[in-house]
Design a protein around this ligand. Structure first.
Ligand code: PAF
Length: 254
């Protein structure tokens, strides 16, 4: 039976109860609009821990574009049904007021990797993300926390955050789940029009080709994508593009 928790008080009481203290806990932070990529995170958590906690919180501080925040899919009932079906033990769905009693007066900023790639195109995004992830990790007190490799820069930053602040949770990367045509699953994919969805797989196809970044950028632009970046870093090729109002990111190991 999946238990929904909305307040920090309730979660803390539960977390400190003997029933939870003696068990291992896996944590999957999400912003809802769950898809098969999230299911994989949940499955891995369930296979490696006694209990699994999933958070659903659309974190406003990590959206640098008001339109993106406004249009982000909000399907809580559907998400809860999926998590109940997947036998998740706890769903934490706090309000902004619960999670930000400081009204975002305190922020976690990283000064190196967060300025690169998505950081240089989405000002403030990684500060908002790191701030909410620190809050969630401190509350969850999980043995392991699971992050998808589609957001590889996010994963690297969260791993660095856990090291820098001596957090107890092990940060576990989980490989990207793709549709049959190669498009990386993302909650934002549902906002693509039918024609944009048909064009979208070219992005992952070119990213995993042997063409150099400049050439990939040129081909994507010719095909009507607006390209934020295609760059090689840390043994991976990273890309971010826009199709209409939807921003897609992906990365592959080189
Ligand atoms: O990857 C996401 O969905 C979000 O960035 C996260 C980690 C849940 C923080 O809001």
């Amino acid at each position: 039976m999946t238990k929904v928790i909305q307040t920090i008080e309730e979660w803390k009481t539960l977390r400190n109860s003997p029933a939870l203290n003696s068990k291992s806990l896996g944590f999957v932070p999400t912003m809802g609009a769950l898809h098969a990529g999230h299911t994989k995170l949940v499955e891995q958590s369930r296979s490696e821990n006694d209990l699994t906690l999933v958070s659903i919180f659309i974190n406003p501080t990590q959206f640098n574009e008001p339109r993106d925040y406004k249009e982000y899919p909000r399907v809580f009932d559907q998400d809860l049904e999926a998590l109940t079906h997947d036998d998740v033990d706890f769903v934490f769905a706090p309000s902004f007021e619960e999670l930000y009693p400081d009204c975002y007066r305190f922020q976690v900023s990283e000064t190196f990797l967060s300025r690169d790639l998505c950081g240089s195109h989405r000002p403030g995004h990684f500060t908002g993300m790191l701030t909410v992830v620190l809050k969630l990790l401190l509350l969850a007190k999980a043995n392991r926390a699971y992050f998808g490799e589609k957001d590889y820069q996010q994963y690297l930053l969260v791993r660095g955050l856990a090291d820098a602040f001596f957090l107890e949770s092990t940060i576990v990367p989980v490989s990207t789940v793709r549709d049959a045509d190669g498009l990386a699953l993302s909650s934002r994919n549902t906002r693509l029009t039918r024609r944009e969805r048909e064009r979208a797989p070219l992005f992952s196809r070119l990213l995993s080709s042997s063409a150099p970044p400049k050439e990939i950028k040129r081909e994507l632009e010719q095909a009507g994508f607006s390209v934020d970046y295609i760059e090689d870093r840390c043994g991976r090729r990273f890309g971010a593009v826009r199709l209409g109002s939807v921003r897609l990111i992906d990365n592959v190991a080189l």
